[in-house]
Design a protein around this ligand. Structure first.
Ligand SMILES: [Zn+2]
Length: 180
């Protein structure tokens, strides 16, 4: 993960320095000139399990164009400043698939420590014509019972959605997923 090397306030090179914080001594990247602290807090990421109301309730999963492996995943995106999580996920779904969200149900919140992210996942009931953004290479529509979950990140959101439908999720191991 890319990290700051220079102070975003005064451009002085940051230094790893231990200081006394509320929770005890803690080493962080800090600016020796202006006392800026790089907290490195996790970034909120919005994720959608999209249920296509006009396609027999099937679930849309999409493959990112940048991925070498042929895995299908939830629609995700970063929150923008000045929007609610609900407005943000509806915007992401529209931008990525052209579908219009008509109902949003919060599935849950999961930490994704490897990416230093917090995933905020919604079940999104949507309809409309599917037009993928250039970021996405292809999509597939799955009956909920046919979905095999992945163990990390948004896979927990997928599993939660399936359980809400009375389906006990099965998980693939990542080696299988990357090879497919
Ligand atoms: Zn500084």
């Amino acid at each position: 993960m890319a990290d700051f090397r220079f102070c975003p306030q005064c451009a002085t090179p940051l230094a790893l320095r231990e200081e006394q914080e509320d929770g005890g001594p803690k080493a962080r990247l800090r600016c020796p000139a202006c006392d800026f602290t790089h907290w490195n807090n996790p970034t909120p990421v919005l994720a959608a399990v999209i249920e296509c109301a006009d396609r027999d309730g099937r679930i849309l999963l999409a493959r990112n164009a940048a991925w070498k492996h042929r895995a299908f995943a939830l629609i995700t995106g970063f929150m923008e400043a000045g929007e609610s999580t609900e407005a943000g996920i509806a915007r992401e779904v529209k931008e990525e698939t052209n579908l219009d969200a008509e109902q949003l149900n919060l599935l849950g919140v999961w930490d994704f420590q490897r990416m230093n992210q917090v995933i905020i996942a919604y079940h999104v009931v949507a309809r409309g014509d599917i037009v993928l953004s250039p970021e996405l290479a292809e999509y597939k529509l799955f009956a909920p019972g046919d979905i095999v979950c992945w163990p990390q990140g948004t896979g927990q959101a997928m599993a939660t959605f399936l359980r809400s439908r009375g389906i006990e999720p099965t998980f693939m191991d990542m080696a299988t997923r990357l090879a497919s």
